[in-house]
Design a protein around this ligand. Structure first.
Ligand code: FBP
Length: 264
């Protein structure tokens, strides 16, 4: 791993990645409730909020929209992804090289590894190529560490999440993005297993402000360094409001009540 505290991915050692790769991963269904959310510019606008350290998008969205935002937003290029049209064992096609990510202005890269999938061997070999190329460019590497596949019936079991966090350390990621295990002790185990790799939680499907902020607070209290969140921000009518609250919880050590008040 490399020191990343002084890179744009971090602010005060913490991370808030605004993830917007869902058009590929889930498809248009994720934009149905808030139709304006299909426009990438809306998320790039939200990413100018001071709480956001980086926006995570696929190559095509980066090419088309990042040039207008490069002065105000930091770019994390997601290097692989799969559509929801794929029905096979979990896998993720590498669609962008580290070299190209650097060329289009990314200051960090993201890579999904489905540990436990029948495709784990190939995915880890692809991760190796990306991780080593990222080192040549001094780009931090964020692993979307999502164990899933035929043999895994419960992919958010605390022991599975701890294993996911450990995989990220073992394979050389600087940040492990894991699903929240649902308890403070579960997240503490994940943080312990990840060692020097920072652990951030993924947001998941949209929840109430309070339920979502409580899970973020639990992550921070457990030693997690922040989150990589998509739907819980841009599926809201007012993404800036929840970003105000996230800024309070993640960077200002506010309670959930204080954060909710700050976002009024
Ligand atoms: P959310 O906060 O919306 O869950 O986004 C995080 C994320 O990892 C996205 O980057 C990705 O598109 C999505 O979740 C994948 O979710 P899943 O594979 O669990 O459906």
């Amino acid at each position: 791993m490399i020191p990343i505290d002084d890179t744009p991915l971090c602010r005060d050692g913490k991370v808030l990645i605004l993830a917007y790769d869902h058009g590929l991963e889930h498809g248009p269904v994720d934009f149905e409730d808030v139709p304006e959310s299909a426009d990438p510019e809306r998320t790039f606008e939200a990413a100018t909020h001071s709480a956001v350290t980086s926006v995570a998008v696929q190559k095509g969205v980066a090419e088309a929209y990042y040039p207008s935002y490069e002065d105000d937003v930091d770019l994390l290029a997601k290097l692989n992804g799969t559509s929801n049209l794929w029905m096979g064992e979990p896998d993720s096609a590498v669609n962008c090289s580290v070299e190209y990510a650097a060329e289009i202005g990314a200051s960090s890269v993201g890579f999904t590894v489905y540990g436990g999938s029948n495709n784990e061997i190939e995915m880890v070999e692809e991760f190796r190529d990306a991780q080593e190329a990222a080192r040549e460019h001094d780009l931090p590497v964020v692993m979307w560490s999502y164990p899933r596949g035929q043999g895994l019936k419960n992919d958010t079991k605390p022991s599975t999440i701890a294993y996911a966090a450990r995989l990220a350390l073992e394979l050389g990621a600087d940040v492990a993005k894991v699903k929240p295990p649902g308890s403070r002790s579960g997240m503490e185990d994940a943080v312990r297993m990840a060692g020097k790799t920072k652990v951030v939680m993924s947001g998941g499907s949209k929840r109430s402000d309070r339920a979502f902020l409580e899970s973020v607070k639990q992550t921070i209290d457990a030693g997690g360094k922040g989150l990589a969140v998509g739907r819980n921000v841009w599926q809201r009518e007012n993404p800036e409001r929840i970003l105000d609250a996230l800024e309070a919880v993640i960077f200002e050590e506010a309670s959930v009540d204080e954060a909710l008040a700050a976002a009024e």
